[in-house]
Design a protein around this ligand. Structure first.
Ligand code: KIV
Ligand code: ZN
Length: 497
């Protein structure tokens, strides 16, 4: 079997999604889970971009042992200095530097020319080599870079010492055959290509990220850059879980990864919960419906023999149907053990507070499932917020106007307001705006039920524009109106004032 290295960029490219930013503690939690999952490389951040990113790379480097920790840079000396500093505690370290190589990047981003770009690329790789042995070079927008020129760039950076060469389809433009042919062209035309690993990095703008990645792998790439749940800029990146399971289901390809597939589902749920980013129900491998058979013909077939309609076993990806129900009679130990299976280990104090919330929810809802637990574990992230919802009362119905009264606690001071509106959410938000009197506009509002049942928790995502900036908020509650107000308050708590 040949080996495909898995380079996870959930914490860098994935975290670029607006509203999905994690703090350092949450990033460490994800990094440790990625280590358990068996990824080879963790791209931990872009250290020069912010003190938060710099600090996260430092802390992840300390927390993780086996995977290589990678830091992103532009082809700029200052970036590389800062990345090297951030990586100082990593047991295995890599600097990922690069520059745009397509004609449009060269002309519009850099106002430069092809020869100068090669010089800058080579200079950056040589500079990074002064700090680390393992240097990866990315040719941004390689998907739209002419193959002949791309081969010249790649040859030059390998000669300069690049150990991995990343060929990003930055805009998600390529067709699978075209992307595969690009990788093959490099294998056939770059002198010294045997001295480096070729990496895929595909975006999903046309829904072809995984197909392009696989085409690249079948044509010689031996590293795939991926994210959990396929999250990332715009339509996202290639999904880790898809690449891992494709190679597992198609053993005939003769390529394997180090991924422990039974950790896929818990990792997916942890990332979704921490980032407040729902997984679409029909998402391959990790979507709620990925293993649900609803039509009569399919159910009949599965009951006779699961192989009729299932190409993989839900247990292979870590879906454990037998142990997902907790009730009001479950103790702390049961909650702790379930959280552990979901990749979350809480300190005693935090476990106690999550357990109290669990009991409150269990009073309202008969069965508590994994998604509920992940929301509860994430909910106390907002406990230190300045503005909190004290109470909310709404009357609404058919043929009557909705009226809401609510109380807020703002930095310890109590405020109350009442308003009527076009529906209960409108009334509640109008009351809220009477207290927090700012020029803010609701731009997006998504409600999602977590699992099933009329007692289900509802998750609300909101996007609010204030002072020229966009803010993202999240709320979860069995009362959907309360969840909406919580999401709005979450946005306001993030305002830069
Ligand atoms: O999509 C892209 O080109 C990237 C590079 C910075 C690697 O994310
Ligand atoms: Zn990218």
């Amino acid at each position: 079997m040949d080996r495909l290295y898995i380079f996870d960029t959930t914490l860098r490219d994935g975290e670029q999604v607006p509203g999905c930013q994690l703090n350092t503690v949450e990033k460490i939690q994800v990094a440790k889970q990625l280590e358990l999952l068996g990824v080879d490389v963790i791209e931990a951040g872009f250290p020069v971009s912010s003190p938060g990113d710099f600090n996260s790379v430092i802390e992840i480097s300390k927390a993780v042992t086996w995977p290589t920790i990678c830091a992103l840079t532009r082809a700029v000396e200052k970036d590389i200095d800062v990345a090297a500093e951030a990586l100082k505690f990593a047991k295995h370290k890599r600097i990922h530097t690069g520059i745009g190589t397509s004609d449009s990047h060269i002309k519009y981003k850099f106002n430069s020319n092809r020869e100068e770009i090669i010089e800058r690329a080579v200079r950056a790789v040589k500079y990074a080599k002064r700090y680390v042995e393992d240097v990866e070079f990315y040719a941004e927008d390689a998907g739209r870079t002419e193959n002949e020129y791309l081969a010249r760039v790649i040859e030059a950076v390998i000669k300069a010492g690049a150990t991995v060469v990343n060929i990003p389809d930055t805009t998600g433009y390529c067709m699978p055959a075209e992307y595969g042919a690009k990788i093959k062209y490099l294998c056939d035309h770059v002198a010294g290509i045997e001295n480096a690993i070729i990496s895929t990095h595909c975006h999903n703008d046309l829904g072809m990220a995984t197909a392009n990645t696989m085409s690249g792998v079948l044509n010689g790439a031996r590293q795939a850059e991926v994210t959990i749940n396929g999250i990332g800029e715009r339509a996202g990146n290639t999904s880790l879980e898809e690449v891992a399971m494709i190679l597992r289901c198609h053993k005939g390809v003769g390529i394997e990864t180090n991924i422990n597939t039974t950790k896929i589902y818990p990792t997916s749920r942890m990332v979704s919960s921490l980032m407040n980013m729902p997984v679409q129900p029909n998402k391959a491998i990790v979507g709620k419906n990925a293993f649900a058979h609803s039509s009569g013909i399919h159910q009949d077939g599965v009951l006779k023999n699961v192989q009729t309609y299932e190409i993989m076993n839900p247990q292979d990806v870590g879906i454990d149907d037998n142990s997902i129900v907790l009730t009001a009679r479950s103790g702390r130990a049961a909650l702790k053990s379930r959280l552990h299976v979901l990749g979350i280990d809480l300190e005693q104090e935090k476990l106690d507070s999550v357990y109290q919330e669990f009991l409150k929810l269990a009073d309202k809802k008969k069965d508590i499932n994994d998604d509920d637990i992940l929301v509860l574990a994430g909910a106390d992230r907002s406990q230190n917020h300045r503005i909190k919802l004290d109470y909310l009362q709404v009357t609404s119905g058919v043929g009557v106007q909705s009226v809401a009264s609510l109380g807020l606690n703002i930095a310890g001071e109590k405020f109350e307001a009442c308003a009527s509106g076009n529906g209960p959410v409108d009334a509640a938000i109008k009351a809220l705006k009477k207290i927090v009197n700012r020029q803010m506009t609701l731009k997006e509002f998504t409600i999602q039920a977590i699992s099933k049942g009329s007692d289900d928790m509802g998750k609300v995502h909101m996007q609010v524009e204030y002072d020229g900036h966009m803010y993202y908020g999240f709320g979860a509650n069995t009362d959907i109106i309360a969840a909406s107000v919580e999401a709005y308050i979450d946005c306001i708590n993030k305002f830069k004032i």
